[in-house]
Design a protein. Structure first.
Length: 268
């Protein structure tokens, strides 16, 4: 069950590499188009997608909770697609959504800033100064997105299995490097084990969505851990009614085999 995640900088040439890798391997490409197609079935509007996709939050309390809810819905779409296996996840913090799954090949595509500006200006037929502003803004938004939602430095090479500089490596060579790398036995994990882990992640994500969407729950920061479809709830909430709401929401999630309630009520 192979999964490739590809992180890219605007203008780095990531798009043709992603498409070529998916086509040559016969893998499903999980990108913005796939997310837009699945949005309606996950209670996501196209307007919401434009507002939050790969962007940091607004830091306005009520708006922030809605953004957090919609972001979790996008992440659920990605996880459900990843469960099918043999996929290429393009952006969206794909590698961070699949921790401790060794069959994931984590790739980053980069290029020097001014070269990316030049490419973007040529591709979009725009003034270089405008292209420079757009590329810089894109870098800042994506770095902020990864830092806020996953507490990770977007540019840290140690977070990736392969970093490809398209200033020196062609699209065809980059594609072949990725295709060869995914065959490495070190990346292969038993298919069933991998699927079970992703199923646990999907259950966890559904519970996160339920608590964000439930107005009875004020404290949305308690812990949700899932192992072999069994859920453990820990941390603190504000009242007995809130605790019961959390348990009710959890038990309604499809696939939950059992619930351990370690929540503590703290009155403020």
């Amino acid at each position: 069950m192979a999964i490739i995640t590809i992180s890219r900088e605007m203008g780095s040439g990531g798009i043709p590499i992603v498409n070529q890798v998916a086509e040559e391997l016969g893998y499903t490409l999980i990108d913005g188009d796939v997310i837009r197609q699945a949005a309606e079935s996950h209670d996501l509007t196209q307007e919401a997608l434009k507002q939050i996709d790969e962007k940091p939050p607004a830091f306005v309390e009520n708006l922030d909770r809605q953004i957090e809810l919609n972001m979790n819905r996008i992440q659920l779409i990605v996880l459900e697609q990843a469960l099918q296996g043999d996929v290429v996840i393009y952006g969206r913090g794909g590698q961070d959504l699949l921790p401790e799954i060794t069959s994931v090949l984590r790739v980053r595509v980069i290029a020097p800033f001014e070269e990316r500006v030049e490419r973007w200006a040529q591709r979009e037929w725009i003034d270089p100064d405008l292209a420079r502003s757009l590329v810089r803004k894109s870098d800042q938004q994506r770095a902020g997105f990864i830092k806020y939602y996953f507490n990770r430095n977007w540019t840290n090479p140690i977070e990736y299995d392969m970093v490809i500089n398209t200033s020196r490596i062609s699209t065809d060579m980059a594609t072949q490097l990725i295709i060869e790398a995914i065959k490495d036995p070190y990346l292969i994990e038993k298919d069933q084990t991998c699927k079970l882990k992703i199923k646990d992640l999907i259950i966890q994500k559904k519970i996160q969505i339920a608590r964000l969407d439930d107005k009875r729950i004020k404290d949305i920061w308690f812990n949700i851990d899932v192992a072999n479809c069994h859920v453990t709830l820990s941390g603190h909430i504000y009242s007995e009614a809130e605790r019961q709401a959390v348990i009710d929401d959890t038990e309604k999630v499809e696939g939950v085999a059992g619930v351990t309630d370690d929540l503590k009520i703290i009155h403020y």
